[in-house]
Each structure stands twice: as structure tokens, then as C-alpha cells.
Design a protein around this ligand. Structure first.
Ligand code: ZN
Length: 276
């Protein structure tokens, strides 16, 4: 997060007086991870990324009048399968889900009924936990995995595919924390495939034991990364996520929330399909 002056959306910087003077309409809880990212990025990469993406989106939303609160980040993620690398810290998903549930209980006490779980780590799987909260908590919870939010932009900006310490993550870190990136140290991010064709075709799945599947934890070649690509990605994420926060903050918590019941549309596409 940029080390600038106190900002009115960053809860950890605010005083009681500040908070009493603000009617927060929604809260954002960022989740990162503490794990290696190839040989060139820091262990806190996911946390740096998600906090910065949330912070920029909040700045954007505040300019449009949305009163969203950025909660302090959780720096650990579900990392059971990366413990083969030194100093990886794992919190089981059940613990992460408990953090979300406890945050909802706290927000309810403060009359904040909208929460965005902003996820920066691919190993975190919040959907089942959020689904089980539905109907039990009066707080509306929705999930944003930033890499999904930006998948189309990523596909245009980056030529190398990957999902960990790759061209995308390296570009983001070059834009955000260049002094923590040592690109010369990176390996090519090539991975060892599963020996099962079903898994390679992606209709069967098993956890990736990261120290067996990768050379040095990287998945995807980072060497074409640039700060400029990272800055472009961040710019789009700020508008995209920021607009969503504005819509969410403004949306009335009426009987039909969060659906638009004025006109039915075919399922899928804009109306949002899937069984989830
Ligand atoms: Zn990462």
C-alpha cells in the first residue's frame, strides 16, 4: 500500500472520531498469502497485490461518494500444498472461513451489511464457506478473486501463461514494489506435468504438491514482465473494482437484493449463469 497520508477508507489508519464521522456502507477484507514466488518475488507478493488493488479501488469509489471501508489484510492463506518450501505459512481454509464469519458478526453489530472478500491467493477457496453463511448472517458477502476479475485484461497484456510468480504477478510487483523484485534471479517457470492424462486434460484433479510440480515454486515464465504492463493492469482493475464498489454501496438492501427483478432475461451471460 502506498505510504501516503491517512486515507478515509483505510480502517487501520483511522481514529474513533474518524469512524464515528463516517457512515460506512460496505467493507472489504483482503486475503493474501505467505509463500515463495519463484526466486525473484517476495513471500508477501499476493498480499502486496491484493491490498494495492483494494486500496486503489476504494480511492476510486470514495471519489464517487461511496463510503467503503478497507479492513486490514489477512496475510496468510491456504498453503497446505506449498509447505515443502521453507517458511511457507499455512492457514487451513476452515480458519479463513471462520475469519470471514467472525468479520460478518462484527460488521452486523456495526450496521454494515455488505462485505467483499477480496482474494489474492489462488489456493484460497472461499465459495463454499460464503455459501454456507448465506441465510445465517444478515451480512451480504460476495467474493472477488482479482485474477478472475482481470482475466480478459491479463490475456491481452501478457504473452506468457502461468498462475504463480508469472509475467502478470511480476509485472504487478514491478509496478508496486520494484525494489523487492530481482528479475535476474528468476527461473523460466516451467512445470512438471501430472503423470495422468485425465489431470492434464483437467477433468480429473488432485492438489498440486508445489515442490514436486515446479522448479522453484514459479508457474509461468516471468521474464517478459515490465512495470508498464503492471501499471496498465492496475489502472483497469481500479476502475473495474471501484465501479463495482460504488454500485454495491449504492444498492438498496430491499427484499429483492441483490437481484434485478424488473425484467427477466435468458440465463447465462449478463444475467449470470452457473449453479453456484
Ligand atoms: Zn501469487
Amino acid at each position: 500500500m502506498a505510504k501516503s497520508k491517512k486515507q478515509p477508507w483505510r480502517l487501520q489508519e483511522l481514529s474513533l472520531k474518524d469512524v464515528r464521522d463516517t457512515e460506512f456502507e460496505a467493507a472489504i477484507l483482503p486475503f493474501g498469502a505467505t509463500e515463495p514466488h519463484n526466486l525473484h518475488l517476495p513471500y508477501g507478493t499476493d498480499t502486496y497485490e491484493i491490498v494495492s488493488i483494494c486500496d486503489r479501488a476504494c480511492a476510486w469509489a470514495w471519489k464517487k461518494g461511496a463510503r467503503v471501508a478497507l479492513l486490514p489484510q489477512i496475510p496468510f492463506g491456504a498453503n497446505q500444498n506449498t509447505l515443502g518450501f521453507p517458511m511457507t505459512i499455512n492457514l487451513d481454509q476452515a480458519v479463513l472461513d471462520e475469519i470471514v464469519a467472525a468479520t460478518c458478526e462484527s460488521l452486523e453489530r456495526h450496521d454494515v451489511f455488505k462485505l467483499v472478500v477480496a482474494n489474492g491467493h489462488g489456493g484460497n477457496q472461499f465459495q463454499p464457506g460464503i455459501r454456507s453463511l448465506h441465510g445465517r448472517s444478515p451480512v451480504f458477502v460476495c467474493l472477488v478473486n482479482f485474477y478472475q476479475m482481470m482475466a480478459d485484461v491479463g490475456a491481452k497484456l501478457f504473452s506468457e501463461s502461468g498462475d504463480h510468480a508469472d509475467e502478470m504477478e511480476t509485472s504487478l510487483m514491478l509496478a508496486l514494489e520494484p525494489e523487492l523484485v530481482e528479475l535476474k534471479a528468476a527461473d523460466d517457470g516451467a512445470v512438471y506435468p501430472s503423470r495422468f492424462e485425465a489431470v492434464r486434460r483437467k477433468w480429473a484433479w488432485h492438489p498440486r504438491q508445489w515442490d514436486l510440480a515446479t522448479k522453484n515454486s514459479g508457474v509461468g515464465d516471468p521474464r517478459k514482465a515490465t512495470a508498464e504492463k503492471g501499471a496498465k493492469y492496475l489502472k483497469t482493475s481500479e476502475e473495474r473494482f471501484g465501479s463495482f464498489l460504488v454500485e454495491l454501496a449504492e444498492s438498496e438492501l430491499d427484499a429483492d437484493f441483490p437481484f434485478d427483478r424488473r425484467k427477466a432475461a435468458p440465463p447465462g451471460g449478463e444475467a449470470g449463469g452457473g449453479h453456484a
